[in-house]
Design a protein around this ligand. Structure first.
Ligand code: ZN
Length: 275
């Protein structure tokens, strides 16, 4: 497998276009596509290996679509397949994007949130690659990557950009009930989605930094106004290129040497005798 420092996990905001070809970025080229790997949890989703011309030379990026989700594969297994591949490739930084619902009533459609924390309301708790590590979820979202994402989006995104917020993760596939959203709101959630967990745990487990950009594509149930399917579709189709382009600007510009404490928040487990 090709050694690769960076990964981009695409979500709903870039699903409607072919990444990176449809972006027509002169500094990006596809080296290999339709890459699939046998993992302990079944055959992985398709990856592309992409080369980006950065200041120090070429850097390579592994990408996959829609968090690796596809029918017939549980989301827990899809995430494990994706991160198993990233681990084999030696990926050290993972950037993701996704569409989210607004819980915080100050948010508008098309606002972008770069959350600093999350609350996991899913029941997919026991999702890991192995049992070697104790995972500390302090600063679970890389502060260095988040700062860089914030700068790029603040200068280029046409909507508003928030550099902190709490992402509430639910299981899906259905959306949430108004009563559930009310509980999440009272508990401090700002946005709701279904992808940050278990990805954030798996990133920590492989010793990689993890950060994400999330576009508000609907108001959560009971917040502002009932969401409209047309709005959702409209946002997905119209904002994909802008989102994809800024993600690739990030991948080109992020300092591969920058220091943060992410990788030190993974410790050898003390429960070795049990496992
Ligand atoms: Zn980090």
């Amino acid at each position: 497998m090709h050694e690769c420092q960076l990964a981009f996990i695409g979500g709903s905001s870039t699903l409607s276009i072919n990444i990176p070809e449809d972006l027509n970025l002169p500094f990006v080229k596809v080296l290999e596509e339709n890459l699939r790997y046998e993992t302990p949890w079944g055959m992985s989703p398709e990856f592309k290996l992409i080369s980006i011309n950065a200041a120090e030379g070429e850097r390579s990026v592994l990408t996959c679509r829609m968090h690796g989700w596809r029918s017939g594969v549980s989301r827990a297994d899809a995430s494990r397949q994706v991160f198993w591949v990233l681990k084999q490739a030696g990926v050290k930084r993972v950037v993701v994007e996704g569409g989210v619902g607004a819980i915080n009533h100050l948010l508008n459609l098309r606002d972008v949130v770069i959350p600093h924390d999350y609350i996991d309301y899913s029941v997919r708790k026991d999702v890991g690659l192995d049992d070697h590590y104790l995972l500390i979820m302090r600063d679970s979202i890389c502060p260095v990557m988040s700062l860089k994402l914030t700068k790029i989006f603040e200068n280029n995104w046409e909507g508003r950009v928030f550099n902190r917020g709490v992402y509430v993760n639910t299981d899906g596939r259905h959306f949430e009930s108004p009563a559930e959203i009310n509980v999440y709101r009272m508990n401090g959630g700002d946005i709701v989605g279904q992808s940050i967990c278990p990805e954030v745990y798996l990133a920590r487990e492989i010793g990689a930094c993890y950060a994400g950009v999330y576009m508000v594509v609907n108001y959560a149930e009971g917040i502002i106004a009932p969401w409209q399917h047309e709005d959702l579709a409209d946002i997905f189709y119209n904002e994909s290129k802008a989102m994809g382009k800024l993600i690739f600007n990030f991948l080109q510009q992020i300092d591969l040497q920058s220091t943060c404490s992410c990788k030190d928040l993974r410790k050898e487990t003390l429960l070795k005798d049990i496992y």
